[in-house]
Design a protein around this ligand. Structure first.
Ligand code: PMV
Length: 356
């Protein structure tokens, strides 16, 4: 697949603005380890979230600069680091969208979740930008013959910005990698064979610590290259994703829990067995996990947890247990969070274009 297209150059350079809101996602089968340009070492699977979104508006106009011309405003405040990061991304994709070099960009981005919560916003942020660039192509060059092509390219571009961002382009359950005719180059929605119980699954995100993490995901992925357990891990992930897709089809909550929690703990085991080794869980992360296990055993309520590359807990549960789990969170888990911060989210439908 080669998206390079030298014809995407304006004759008359336009001015305009386009906005998209794009969600975050939570991986059930973890992508951890990559090669080349965001090519994953194993296939992954995630739920797209509903409430945790990044809303981005890009204003563009003809440029008179040779270099990268981006001003980035995060929550209304100029952000040099994000401007530089976006410039690197735009340089990486300049042969796919040559019109980038003809434009000045003002990027206005804000998150619908608290910025201080320590939740990674790269998946939602990069997917929103990818959708806007594809939308510029769509509006001015009219190159897409259908929606499927549009979203596939947006997912491919989002991947080049931040690997897991490619899964945020679609709602519901999304895979990325070589599973079920999928590709390492873009995400694919898992449409068929999802049992109803998983269609509106809940994810309450318990913020244990909102500080920026000490070891970035980029560094963490890199450390997998020398991890002595890497091959075992890649084989385990491949076996787990096939099993989990089957389990999700059957609505088998017990086996869902076993695989999802094992994936979360294995992700962190990979961090602990990297060289140099490191820990991203905090004591309160462990306290919450123990309370979840106790609650599940005593009440026979199918709640489970997963973790991103950080200390915060994603508490996953079926919609029918919503009331009971919210009481459990309030009575037993909030005490372990930072400033009682919990973000109640659930599986969502994917990105939306903003009406400007
Ligand atoms: O997309 P990245 O490079 O930020 O890596 C994300 C890695 C995990 O969140 C830990 C797992 C995943 O599949 O999302």
């Amino acid at each position: 697949m080669n998206y390079n297209n030298p014809n995407l150059i304006f004759n008359d350079i336009p001015s305009g603005k386009i906005g998209w809101s794009s969600p975050s996602n939570i991986a059930l089968i973890k992508y951890w380890g990559k090669k080349d340009l965001q090519i994953p070492t194993n296939a992954s699977l995630s739920f797209t979230l509903n409430n945790c979104q990044t809303e981005t508006i890009i204003e563009f106009s003809p440029t008179y600069n040779d270099g990268c011309s981006i001003e980035f405003f995060l929550e209304g405040i100029p952000n040099k680091r994000f401007a530089e990061k976006t410039c690197l991304f735009f340089n990486r994709i300049a042969s796919i969208f040559p019109f980038i070099k003809q434009l000045d960009f003002k990027i206005y981005s804000k998150n619908t979740f608290p910025h201080s919560a320590g939740i990674a916003s790269s998946a939602s942020g990069m997917s929103a930008i990818a959708l806007i660039l594809c939308d510029i192509e769509n509006q001015y060059f009219n190159t897409f013959s259908n929606e499927e092509e549009f979203y596939k390219k947006a997912s491919y571009i989002a991947r080049l910005g931040s690997g897991s961002a490619c899964r945020s382009i679609y709602g519901g359950l999304v895979s990325w990698g070589e599973i079920n005719k999928g590709s390492n180059l873009y995400g694919s929605p898992v449409i068929d064979g999802v049992s109803d119980v998983f269609k509106n699954y809940h994810d309450s995100i318990l913020i244990v610590d909102s500080e920026e993490k000490k070891v970035s995901s980029t560094v963490g992925h890199g450390l997998m290259n020398s991890n002595p357990f890497k091959n075992g891990r890649y084989n385990q992930a491949s076996a787990n994703i096939s099993k989990l897709i089957d389990i999700i089809g059957k609505g088998d909550l017990n086996n869902f829990i076993n695989i999802v929690e094992s994936e979360a703990l294995t992700l962190h085991a990979m961090m602990m067995t990297s060289l140099p080794y490191y820990l991203l869980m905090k004591p309160n992360t462990i306290s919450i996990i123990e309370r979840i296990w106790q609650f599940r055993n005593e009440k026979e309520i199918p709640v489970c947890f997963t973790l991103d590359a950080g200390p915060n807990i994603h508490l996953l549960y079926p919609h029918s247990y919503d009331d009971k789990v919210k009481i459990f969170i309030k009575n037993e888990l909030l005490q372990f969070t930072s400033n009682n911060t919990v973000i109640h989210d659930r599986v969502g439908n994917g990105p939306q274009k903003l009406n400007l």
